[in-house]
Design a protein around this ligand. Structure first.
Ligand code: IPE
Ligand code: IPE
Ligand code: MG
Length: 260
């Protein structure tokens, strides 16, 4: 992992190689979260049905998962299907689920080869048994992997997650006075994982659409006009470079570096 690994993977003297060489590998975001948006618009621009955009988006997922693991990102969370996305036409929902199954089958080898641990965040119990089985299989097969954790947010809603966490805390018999932020975070789907440092959204929308509401409290947000099916590791490198130019203050103040 690191620059040499990335350079062995991207084309020599390419724009990707030039961007990668500017990245400070000591200051990578620990957790990158991505709202993969714009598949429908990508298809519409080509006069195609929306599902073609979802199909094309799989190549972006593959590229970004592999690039993130090779860079040394510790956690990558991709927003694949929200609790609100059930409002879409049944045919579109069915295609999204079929594509997910196909991705998992085709990419399991790559996940294993790259030592990536696969995990699902969301209300898994509301998914159909075939999808649940597929997800459970990929999770089990990769559970001993020690490199990047790859979370897929599926039937995910930030508010639903907070409600589910509150229910779990009550079920665990936690009394109100014992509850604090750290303890509460231990009941979220992402328990034990670091919060996202960098939140990327494709296709230009300036909203978070119910994604990781608790966890993105201090995430740096980077929005690109690029539609998800056009997103490649080059865009990820651009996001990382933009992130490294940010100054994170967490509500504090700038402390100028004083010489001597
Ligand atoms: C993102 O692309 C994929 C999912 C939400 C599942 P969209 O399908 O939302 O594409 P647009 O936003 O309509 O272009
Ligand atoms: C967010 O995209 C959900 C996913 C990427 C899975 P949407 O396309 O559903 O969000 P809105 O409707 O534009 O807010
Ligand atoms: Mg959308």
């Amino acid at each position: 992992m690191g620059l040499d690994d990335v350079l062995s993977w991207v084309e020599q003297d390419s724009a990707e190689a030039e961007l990668a060489s500017q990245i400070d590998f000591e200051r990578l975001p620990t957790h990158v979260a991505i709202i993969m948006d714009g598949n429908g618009r990508w298809a519409a621009q080509r006069g195609l049905p929306r599902v073609h955009g979802h199909r094309a988006g799989i190549d972006s997922v593959r590229d970004v998962v592999e690039a993130s693991a090779r860079l040394g990102v510790q956690v990558l969370t991709l927003y694949a299907f929200s609790v609100e996305n059930w409002k879409r036409p049944p045919g579109e929902v069915a295609t999204l689920m079929t594509l997910l199954k196909r991705y998992l089958r085709q990419e399991l080898r790559t996940l294993l080869d790259n030592n990536i641990r696969f995990n699902v965040v969301g209300r898994g119990d509301e998914l159909t048994p075939d999808i649940r089985d597929e997800l459970a299989f990929a999770t089990r097969q990769t559970e001993a992997n020690t490199s990047m954790q790859f979370n897929i947010a599926l039937n995910y809603g930030g508010r639903a997650e907070i409600v589910d966490a509150a229910r779990c805390a009550m079920d665990a018999g936690i009394c109100a006075n014992d509850l604090d932020e750290e303890r509460f975070a231990g009941f979220l789907y992402t328990a034990g994982q670091p919060d996202p440092d960098l939140l990327i959204r494709t296709s230009g929308e300036m909203r978070v659409s119910n994604f990781l509401l608790w966890q993105i409290a201090y995430a740096e947000i980077w929005v690109t006009e690029t539609l998800w099916p056009d997103f490649r590791c080059r865009h990820l490198f651009e996001a990382l470079l933009a992130y490294q130019r940010r100054e994170r203050r967490y509500g504090g103040i700038n402390r100028p570096v004083v010489a001597g």
